[in-house]
Design a binder for this molecule. Structure first.
Ligand SMILES: Cc1cc2nc3c(=O)[nH]c(=O)nc-3n(C[C@H](O)[C@H](O)[C@H](O)COP(=O)(O)OP(=O)(O)OC[C@H]3O[C@@H](n4cnc5c(N)ncnc54)[C@H](O)[C@@H]3O)c2cc1C
Length: 560
């Protein structure tokens, strides 16, 4: 009898662990999206990253980093303020992997050489890695995302950027608590949310008084608090505070130029539903030194550059997390038999899995189409229009449908999905987060309304693009007509904004799938989501004609 046997029974009919799966090669939807939207992206490199992130070791890093929570040390043994976070080595390993792969900086690496411009497909290449890394371990991706997103805001203040960028663009992760100048690499966080207002940052009460003459690049003293400050061991933060000229953006380093510690006093770490490996702190700013980025009173416009980038990451990460949830479900159903038949072959289960697969196809297609718009926005008005309008649309829709898919995928695993050791349980707790931070659902809808009122040409360009993609598809043409009609009559659009945003997201996804995906996928998506009134109870609508084809496409039988 082997060590794994029990006295009373043999363990059978359990699916093998979902690990050692190449997260790139096993994912045809991702591979095609990258090939389509990111011309010139190195697929071999992505395959190597897919092997590392999907390895048993990669998933073990994810488990350990989330089971061993970050610890706050407010004081040292002698009672001096310490304000340090201690992480499990697995967290540091994830950070090392992400930094080595340039997840925190790769689209900006051309800035090291002032002669060159960004390479084509730079955002798509990075986001393909992010899509995979979030499957391995999503929590550490928070400072990684913020560091990458901080670059365009920092570039608005060239003197500050000059000192910091070389460290941010380094691929060497350096967790040491010491001044940036002494480190091999640096990460950047973001401090906007206060107790009395997160969305409404104009309600911020933290004050900033000039230490001298004030003005762009000058030193200010900040007094107040931040209610959510994630990854507080970052080397610096972009923070909002009320200067004499109004709400302004500041660069706040952990260390001051004289080598002393900037007095950011960490009060406690949040106890969160998920995202456990990421430390999210409450912090008091007791005369903290910050340097003004941009003009006084232009804080929202300045930090918006950063926020826009993080919204893109949220959409791509949620699509990646949906993919993981679905892949686990399909994997299990391929190995588990019920009533002498594998679950994947039971018609009702095939229908449920196929229905989920349609949303993964749609979310991935939309997310990477948006990524391309970020790569091309500087060269093309149409790309700039897609970036402006479809960032809030994609962030809204992809992040919002992700939790429902995570739940259904968990149910496909049966009781095994609900136990704590299951990756599905951890993923389920993670899934609502991307919809909440970086602009919650309603806030995204209001942003869409802002675009419609300020830049009606952007909506016209996006709808023209969809028209071209959907030519010949009656349901698609009718959906686009509906959207145009709604735009022509903006009365009452605010209360109906969720309908409009959701309809635009689904129509855009349908157009992308009609143009690029196999007919079985596009037909089923259009029939259920555009014409069929689908309401996110998976498997509930009319049966998809090609449901087995749809399932086999998203996850090859051998698991990569
Ligand atoms: C794990 C975690 C980590 C975070 N890390 C950071 C961080 O590092 N830095 C940081 O600055 N923040 C961080 N946040 C904060 C996050 O960005 C805010 O929670 C978010 O912006 C929402 O703000 P709020 O909590 O104040 O909610 P509110 O602004 O009060 O919003 C509550 C609800 O009202 C809706 N709403 C708002 N305005 C309107 C309107 N006009 N009409 C209709 N509905 C509306 C919103 O969509 C939301 O659903 C983090 C949050 C979490 C959960």
């Amino acid at each position: 009898m082997s060590d794994q046997s029990f006295a009373t029974h043999e363990v059978s009919n359990q699916s093998p662990p979902f690990e050692d799966v190449n997260l790139f090669l096993s994912d045809a939807v991702l591979r095609e999206a990258v090939e389509r939207e990111g011309r010139g992206v190195d697929a071999q490199d992505l395959a190597a990253f897919g092997a590392a992130t999907g390895s048993a070791h990669g998933f073990e890093i994810g488990r350990l980093a989330n089971e061993n929570l970050p610890k706050l040390h407010r004081f040292d043994q002698k009672g001096f303020p310490a304000d340090r976070i201690e992480f499990h080595p697995a967290y540091h390993e994830a950070m090392t992997m992400s930094c080595a792969a340039g997840l925190h900086c790769s689209p900006w690496e051309h800035l090291k050489d002032s002669e060159s411009g960004p390479p084509p497909g730079a955002h798509v290449a990075r986001l393909a890695r992010l899509y995979m890394m979030t499957q391995m371990e999503p929590g550490h991706v928070c400072p990684i995302t913020m560091t990458n997103a901080a670059v365009p805001t920092l570039l608005l203040q060239a003197d500050l950027a000059e000192a910091l960028l070389p460290k941010m663009l380094s691929r060497r992760y350096d967790p040491a608590f010491k001044p940036i100048a002494e480190k091999t690499g640096a990460t950047i966080g973001m401090g906007m949310t206060e107790k009395q207002g997160g969305t409404d940052v104009r309600a911020n009460t933290t004050t900033a008084q000039p230490a001298g003459a004030g003005g762009p690049g000058a030193e200010y003293i900040l007094v107040g608090h931040k209610w959510f400050l994630s990854a507080p061991m970052c080397d610096a933060f972009l923070m909002l505070a009320q200067a004499p000229g109004g709400l302004s953006c500041f660069l706040v380093p952990r260390f001051l130029p004289d080598g002393s510690v900037n007095p950011l006093r960490l009060q406690r770490l949040k106890e969160k539903l998920g995202n456990r490996s990421n430390a999210s702190s409450e912090v008091e700013l007791q005369g903290v030194h910050g340097w003004l980025v941009g003009e006084e009173g232009r804080g929202i416009a300045t930090i918006l550059e950063m926020v826009t980038m993080t919204r893109l990451d949220c959409a791509v990460a949620s699509a990646g997390q949906m993919r993981l949830a679905l892949a686990q479900a399909v994997h299990h159903c391929r190995h588990r038999s019920v009533f002498q038949k594998r679950l994947v072959d039971q018609p009702l289960m095939t229908q449920v899995l196929a229905d989920m697969a349609l949303d993964v196809e749609a979310a991935t297609a939309l997310a990477f189409r948006l990524a391309r718009a970020f790569d091309e926005a500087a060269q093309s008005d149409a790309a700039a229009a897609w970036r402006r309008l479809m960032t809030p649309v994609t962030k809204y829709w992809v992040c919002k449908i992700a939790p429902a898919l995570g739940y259904e995928a968990m149910e496909c695993l049966g009781g095994n999905g609900y136990v704590e050791e299951s990756l599905a349980a951890r993923l389920y707790r993670e899934l609502p987060l991307n919809a909440i931070w970086e602009g919650s659902g309603n806030v995204m809808c209001l942003d869409v309304l802002r675009v419609l009122s300020q830049d009606s040409a952007a909506a016209a360009m996006v709808l023209d693009d969809l028209d071209a993609a959907g030519a010949g598809d009656k349901a698609l043409a009718s959906a686009i007509r509906d959207l145009r009609a709604r735009l022509a009559d903006p009365e009452g659009l605010e209360a109906g904004a969720r309908w409009f945003v959701e309809r635009l997201a689904v129509t855009a996804a349908a157009a992308l799938l009609r143009r690029h995906a196999p007919a079985a996928v596009a037909d089923a998506f259009v029939a259920s989501r555009l014409s069929g009134g689908f309401r996110h109870t998976y498997g509930c609508g009319a049966a998809h004609a090609g449901s087995r084809t749809i399932v086999d496409r998203v996850m090859p039988a051998e698991g990569g």
